[in-house]
Design a protein around this ligand. Structure first.
Ligand code: FAD
Ligand code: A2P
Length: 380
């Protein structure tokens, strides 16, 4: 009896390593599955976050860069597929930890007799660490000083960057904006926009809270022989000014690997001639690059459209429908739209009519261009 009890106990003890080994195997199996699940989930989250990151969640406008690879054709031409611009800088500075840039200059862009107030403002970025770098077509956020009616700090406003990555002085340490002061009448009182007034009033030496950069919607294509059609109203010229400097300023070309060889066509809408922005530079580009640059103005309060109404850029688009659509049928052509949100329906209508004249359907064509990364819109 004593002998058999000892035998049973010994036999039982002998099974312990087997049982432990069995549990160890089960745990290893489930651990591996748990790690794999977590990794799969993490990569899905990163992917979603990257797409969302195109414009910060702190901003008031989301710009989505579709990643679909498309393989459609326009006018028999294959459309190029969209790139992801993974290396473009975004959100180096966020609202909780903005960069304090110093104002270098702030001057009016308008001539005598112009309507309103539009300023060119440049900030020094040299002390930013990490460095606040950006590329043409992006925006930055500005956090105006002071508090709102609830005693909370003002929220940031976005502004399209009007300088190239090299800055106006080509040293790569500044960023410039083109800002119109928002003013409107309400109950017989003139209301001034908070941030645009703050920006138009700041002086050299003042410190300004800057966030960003953000945006991948308005980037230039990599191809040097691309054609760039630009439709701008008012301060919508800001990103176009950066593109045109990149294309046609001697010092920019000397610094760039990118040597523009295509055709750039700017449609510019302004209320009066005195409101035309960066006009001297544009005239200089026309003289220096007559084969590469075309400039069409719609001066709404000095010119009339066919119907006797104010001349808008969509009227100019219609006048040039044939030439414009010949360009659009070329897969190397990109179209950029920036400025007043209100112009979008008018542009759509004009493009519909212009397309019809070529036997094309704009309602079908526009989404194709968008998917191919050739239709770029930033309106506000
Ligand atoms: P706020 O004090 O914020 O007032 C704006 C508010 O006033 C509106 O929301 C509306 O409620 C009200 N309002 C406006 N007009 C009227 C009216 N007529 N009647 C009654 N109420 C009215 N602006 C530029 O000047 N240059 C740029 O390059 C530029 N780029 C931009 C890029 C992007 C991507 C976006 C989204 C916007 C851009 N803006 C640009 C617009 C800019 O962000 C601000 O919206 C603009 O400067 C007004 O801000 P604010 O603080 O002065 O006005
Ligand atoms: P207008 O104000 O004469 O009606 P700015 O920002 O300097 O005011 O310039 C904006 C330009 O865009 C002006 O010439 C303005 O004309 C014009 N504009 C206004 N509404 C539209 C619209 N719906 N479509 C196209 N252009 C417009």
């Amino acid at each position: 009896m004593v002998y058999s009890q000892a035998k049973v106990i010994a036999g039982g003890l002998a099974h312990i390593p087997i049982v432990i080994g069995f549990f160890y195997l089960i745990m290893t199996f489930f651990n591996k599955r748990a790690i794999k699940y977590a990794e799969d989930n993490k990569s899905k989250k990163v992917d979603t976050a990257t797409r969302r990151n195109v414009v910060s969640e702190d901003t008031d406008k989301k710009v989505v860069t579709p990643t679909n690879q498309v393989d459609k054709t326009v006018g028999g031409q294959p459309l190029t597929t969209k790139k992801k611009h993974a290396d473009v800088p975004v959100n180096i500075y966020r609202p909780k930890t903005p960069y304090e840039g110093t104002v270098i200059e702030n001057y009016s862009l308008l001539k005598e007799g112009a309507i309103g107030r539009v300023n060119h403002i440049t900030f020094d970025l040299s002390t930013s660490d990490p460095f606040l770098n950006y590329i043409e077509g992006q925006s930055i956020g500005i956090m105006p000083a002071g508090e709102d009616s609830n005693g909370k700090p003002h929220k940031l406003r976005l502004y399209s960057i009007a300088s190239t990555r090299h800055g106006d002085n080509f040293e790569g340490k500044t960023v410039s904006l083109c800002v119109r002061q928002l003013q409107y009448e309400k109950d017989g009182e003139t209301i001034n926009g908070v941030c645009s007034t703050y920006l138009c009033d700041i002086k050299p030496g003042d410190k300004v809270k800057i966030t960003g950069p953000v945006g991948k919607e308005m980037l230039l294509p990599d191809e040097e022989d691309a054609n760039i059609v630009m439709l701008a109203t008012g301060t919508g010229i800001a990103p176009m000014r950066a593109y045109l400097r990149r294309m046609f300023e001697d010092s920019e070309r000397a610094k760039n690997n990118w040597q523009f060889k295509g055709k750039a066509w700017l449609f510019m809408g302004a209320p009066k001639s005195a409101n035309l922005l960066y006009e001297e530079d544009l005239q200089r580009y026309l003289e220096q690059y007559p084969e590469n640059f075309k400039y069409t103005k719609a001066i709404s309060r000095e010119q009339q459209n066919e119907k006797g109404g104010r001349m808008y850029i969509q009227d100019r688009v219609l006048e040039s429908a044939n030439e414009l659509f010949n360009m659009i049928e070329d897969e190397k052509t990109h179209i950029y739209l920036c400025g007043l949100k209100g112009m979008e329906p008018g542009i759509d209508e004009a493009m519909t009519k212009a397309a019809e004249a070529k036997g094309l359907n704009w309602a079908e064509l526009r989404p194709q261009l968008k998917k191919a990364g050739r239709w770029h819109v930033e309106t506000y």
